[in-house]
Every structure is written in C-alpha cells, then in structure tokens.
Ligand binder design. Structure first.
Ligand code: AMP
Ligand code: MG
Length: 486
C-alpha cells in the first residue's frame, strides 16, 4: 500500500492517536480481493489480511487515530461525538492515484466512546459490508469495505450476546459535516486551517475561485444532492441521517439501520428506533437539505478570511444561503434524469416525469415491490405487472400513456438504459439476515453468495440465485426488525 496520511498532519486537537485493540482468535469473515488490488495491496498484505484487519500486523506506515467531531442527532445538538469505536488507520493511493481512507470499525474504546463499548457486532458488520458493496455496484457513491473478521471469544452485549467483529472500511473521506460543527463549537481557531485542508485535498479546483469557500460549498451541496438522488432511485433508506453521518464528499457513510425498500411505501422507515419517522425514505432529500443548512452555518466565521473573499459577514451569510438554493433543483435534475432511465422514457419529453410518477403511484397503491416492478417494466412483462394490480384501469391508463411517449423514440437504446439502471438484485433485509444467521455459526457461504450476486446486480445469475432474492417475504411472515444497536 502507498500511504500518505494527510489527516494526521492537521492539528493534534482534531484526533487521538492510539493502537487497535485486537480481537482474540480472529476468524476470517470475508475479503474483497478486487478492492484490495485496486488499493494496491501487495501479495504479502493480501495473504495476511486477517492480521491487518485485526490490527496485529498493520503496515508500518499506518498511523491509527480516532477523529473527534460533533453533530446533530435526530435534529438535536448532540455536542462532542467522535470515532467511539473506529480508527482512521491511514490514507492510501489507489490505482488511479485517488487518496482513500482506511478505517477500522470495532477496535475497542477510544476517548470518544462515551457510554459505548468500542466494539461492533458481527451482525452489523455484515450488514455494512454487504450494503457498501451493493451500493458501489449500483453506482451510488458510497463507502465500501476491504473485509471483515470476527471472534466468538469476545462476545458483545446488545439485545443479546453476539460475536464481535472488525470491518476495514474505505471511503474517499471520513470528514463529516459534524467535523465543522465540532471545530466551530470547541476550537474555532482551527476552522480556517481545516477548511484549507478540505479544499486542498477534496476540492482543489475551488482554490482558484473568487471565493474558494463558496465554490466548495456549492460542490458539497451538489455531490450530496447526487448521492441522495441515487438513494431514492435504488430505494435505499439510510436510517440515521444525522449530521455526523454525512460527509463532505457526498458518499454514503455509517449505515446501521439502513434498508433497501421492497414494497413501495414512501413513508417507509426501516429503523425501528426512529419513532417519529424523521428518516423515512421520502424525507431523505429534505433532511439532507437541513443537514447542509446546519453545515453552512458553521462556515459563517470564515467570512473574514481570504478563503471567503467576502465584503462583510452579512453578505457572506446571504451568499451561503444562496448556495443552498441549488440543492433542490440539483436533486430534482439528478432524480428526474435517473427516473427517466429507469422508466425507459426519453429525458427531453416533458410528459416523462408525470408518467414516472403515475407508475410510482400504482406501485404505492398496489403495494408492489419497487425493484422487481421496475425490472418487469424493463422486461416488457406488462401482463405480469397488470395481473398484480387490483385497479387494472389505472394500470391500463398508465400503460397507454407509457406506450404513447415511447412510440416515436429509439426504444432499443431506452431499453438498454433500463437494463443498466434497474437492478435484478438488491440487498433485502431477509437476505442479509440469513447470511448473518449462518455466519454466526461459522458458515460464511451465504455472505460469499450475496457478495457475488451483488457484484453484478444488473445481470441475471440463475446459477446462484434463490427465489427469495427476487421478492419480499410473504406478508404472513414477520418482517426483519432492524434496530439502531450495532
Ligand atoms: P452512529 O449513529 O452509529 O454513527 O454513532 C454515533 C456515535 O456513537 C459515533 O460517535 C460512534 O462512534 C458512537 N458509537 C456508536 N456505537 C458505539 C459503541 N459500541 N461504542 C462506542 N461508541 C459508539
Ligand atoms: Mg456515525
């Protein structure tokens, strides 16, 4: 690996350096060889992945540190947070010379553990491992993971005793919106140095702008709008969109009680701890907007620095607010364009969005499965779709509008778009659950099967597919409950 630990060059007030507290008798969970190669792991490193992830044989250049940050959790100021069970072990260049964070999760107590035990359970590590992999191959910007290990010898108490695990996660950045909140609240003198670091490492083209901060703010807003549009299009609900769980590069991070939507219910909430439904699927765009508003407020003190180039503070505040006005149109542009591709409709036809909404209304009214319904549309399986509807008249009206819009378009190329934007396989809760239950008995075969399946979500894999991969559980079977405890 080729390390360049740039975060560690920042003020030591922003982190705490410490070693990994390894797991006793670590067992092999899963290893993503392709990602390791992409990150330029040597053959020796690949052969010793268990000890690397366990922190017992880290590469010499690794320099593990726990980051401090703050955040708003469920809309409330939560004060200081931080890596309570994670360590940034270093930053490496991948094959494309892109700097990538390597972060271990589940490594024991840090100064930021608060009431927690610093550990992660096998169940949540498998869920995060498979979801990052799934999103990556669905082309949604996301953290991903090189692998995980687990241990029966160290059992962790959540609702029950569970095996412990460590995940080696990758992300283009672990700098959260909440980093700015912590600095602004507790060490405001560091704000300029920190913003400069973000600009140089993640938004270097903004350095030459008249106001580098405003230029960066615009890009952060745009990247988050793109990520959220991606979530909505694949039916992903993050579950805990606190400001400490969104980052400045707009890649999905820290998904615990996430879910991929099955039957189409816009007010669906996968996180059973979210009683008020703050983080439902349909709320995600507005919550992202709210989180970005919180973030922008923490940039105001930069008004008087060269990074802002503002005439006065009031003007700078107004300029930041103007940046946020771009969020909704950016989100809608990405979403509309993605929906047109999923629907197989020409983007430039103004009836296209209404037609997409008509289809979604049918899925909602009939409680149809989001993923397989779009795939049926892709396969022109209109009769099968119609047969699942009670209100066949609404379906017929939709279908005639659909054919009308498509009739003069290049249908072959629209069909190719559909095949590339409508997955056959997503990670349904019951699929992850089955993999977890087997893994807890040391049978990793289902993790392996799902890993393969989700590597190519748009391709039929009849030889490894199970019928349960393609549909929600029958409604007489209990739903898998996903709690916040991880
Ligand atoms: P999350 O909502 O899972 O992203 O976590 C919120 C905060 O709680 C973060 O600062 C985590 O590091 C911390 N945290 C979560 N679980 C634990 C744990 N088991 N031990 C220590 N800290 C934790
Ligand atoms: Mg978090």
């Amino acid at each position: 690996m080729h390390f360049d630990n740039r975060y560690a060059t920042l003020s030591p007030k922003l982190f705490h350096k410490q070693a990994v507290k390894s797991l006793p008798t670590p067992m092999a969970g899963h290893f993503n060889t392709e990602l390791a190669k992409q990150l330029q792991w040597s053959d020796a490193e690949q052969a010793d992945w268990i000890n690397i992830i366990n922190g017992s044989n880290l590469p010499q250049e690794a320099d593990p540190l726990a980051m401090v940050y703050a955040g708003h959790q469920f809309g409330q100021w939560a004060g200081q947070l931080g890596d309570g069970r994670g360590l940034l072990i270093g930053q490496v260049f991948d094959q494309q010379q892109k700097l990538t964070d390597l972060h271990l999760k589940g490594i024991g107590l840090t100064p930021y553990s608060r009431m927690g035990d610093g550990r992660a359970v096998l169940r949540s590590v498998i869920r995060e491992y498979l979801a990052g992999h799934a999103l990556h191959h669905l082309h949604v910007p996301s953290s991903n993971a090189v692998g995980f290990i687990y241990s029966h010898e160290l059992q962790i108490r959540r609702e029950r005793l569970e095996p412990s695990a460590i995940l080696l996660r990758t992300a283009d950045s672990h700098i959260r919106l909440g980093h700015f909140e912590w600095i602004n609240q507790y060490q405001p003198d560091l704000l300029q140095e920190f913003a400069q670091h973000c600009l140089e490492n993640y938004y270097p083209d903004c350095l030459n702008a008249e106001s580098p901060i405003l230029a960066m703010a615009k890009q952060v807003i745009d990247r988050n709008a793109y990520m959220i549009a991606g979530w909505q299009l694949v039916g992903f609900a993050h579950g805990v969109m606190n400001t400490d769980n969104l980052n400045i590069t707009g890649s999905t991070l820290d998904f615990g009680p996430y879910g991929f939507m099955e039957r189409f219910r816009p007010n669906w909430i996968n996180n059973h701890s979210d009683n008020q439904g703050r983080y439902t699927y349909q709320n995600q765009p507005s919550i992202a907007h709210w989180n970005l508003w919180v973030w922008l407020n923490n940039l105001i003190p930069l008004a008087n620095t060269k990074l802002a180039n503002a005439h006065d503070k009031e003007q700078f505040k107004a300029d930041l607010a103007t940046c946020l006005e771009d969020f909704e149109p950016a989100f809608l542009t990405y979403y509309r364009s993605g929906l047109a591709k999923k629907m197989g409709l020409p983007q430039d036809d103004e009836r296209c969005f209404d037609c997409g909404m008509a289809f979604l209304r049918i899925l909602q009214a009939e409680q149809l499965d989001y993923t397989s319904s779009f795939r049926r549309l892709t396969d022109h399986a209109y009769t099968a779709l119609r047969d699942d509807c009670i209100d066949t008249r609404a379906f017929d009206d939709f279908l005639s509008m659909y054919h009308e819009i498509r009739k003069d378009a290049d249908q072959d190329s629209l069909d190719i778009d559909m095949q590339q934007h409508n997955p056959i396989y997503i990670l349904r809760n019951h699929m992850a659950q089955r993999a977890i239950e087997l893994a807890e008995k040391d049978d990793l075969s289902e993790v392996e099967r799902l890993f393969t399946l989700l590597s190519k979500p748009f391709e039929k894999q009849a030889e490894i597919e199970r019928a349960e991969d393609l549909a929600p559980l029958p409604s007489d079977q209990p739903e898998v409950m996903v709690s916040c405890s991880s």
